[in-house]
Design a protein around this ligand. Structure first.
Ligand code: SME
Length: 169
C-alpha cells in the first residue's frame, strides 16, 4: 500500500514532497501507463483546487488521452491545438491564467478556468504532456510551473516506455 502523507506549509515544500513521492512511486517500474496512473492519482490528491489531472500521450503524431483523474475528457488532440497541443508542438510549458482567453482552448469540462500543461520529453522525443486543470482562474503560478517541470523532468524516462530492444520481444 502507498500511503503518502502530503502536508506542506508552502508551495515549494508541497512540490518537494510530491516530487519525492512521485519518485518513490515510479522507481524501478518500467510500465509508462502504470506510472502515469499513479502520478495522476498522486497529483490529484496532493494539489488543491483541481478538476482534472492527468496525461496525454504522443501517439503517431497526435496526443491521445492517457491515465487521469477527473471527468471524462477529449480523447485525441492534434499537435498545435488547444493548450495541450500547443505545449506538445512548441515543447514549452503553458501556464494559462484564463482558458477562455486562450485561442483554441479545448473545453473538455466547462468547469475548467485555468490550466497548466508541461511537455514530457525524453532523449529528444516527445512522450506526451502532463495536464492540470482548475476551476479557479489564475490557479497556477510560477511555483506550480517550476514544481511540475521538475517532477516531469525526473519522471520522463519512466514515462517513455520500452526501449527498442525490449519493444521487439
Ligand atoms: N483543455 C485542454 C484539453 C484537455 S482537457 O483540459 C483534459 C486543451 O485545451 O488542450
Amino acid at each position: 500500500m502507498f500511503d503518502f502523507k502530503i502536508a506542506a506549509s508552502d508551495k515549494s515544500e508541497l512540490y518537494h514532497q510530491l516530487h519525492d513521492a512521485a519518485d518513490a512511486l515510479t522507481a524501478g517500474e518500467p510500465d509508462p501507463i502504470a506510472n502515469m496512473a499513479n502520478v495522476a492519482a498522486l497529483l490529484w490528491e496532493g494539489l488543491p483546487d483541481l478538476n482534472w489531472a492527468g496525461f496525454y500521450r504522443a501517439v503517431d503524431g497526435e496526443l491521445v488521452l492517457g491515465p487521469f483523474q477527473g471527468r471524462p475528457a477529449c480523447i485525441r488532440i492534434p499537435l498545435g491545438k488547444g493548450v495541450c497541443g500547443t505545449a506538445a508542438e512548441t515543447l514549452e510549458p503553458q501556464c494559462v491564467e484564463d482558458v477562455n482567453a486562450f485561442p483554441g482552448h479545448i473545453a473538455c469540462d466547462s468547469a475548467s478556468a485555468s490550466e497548466l500543461v508541461v511537455p514530457i520529453v525524453h532523449d529528444g522525443r516527445l512522450i506526451g504532456v502532463l495536464d492540470l486543470d482548475s476551476p479557479r482562474t489564475g490557479r497556477f503560478d510560477a511555483e506550480d510551473l517550476e514544481g511540475c517541470v521538475k517532477v516531469v523532468r525526473m519522471l520522463a524516462p519512466r514515462l517513455a516506455g520500452a526501449t527498442k530492444a525490449t519493444a521487439s520481444l
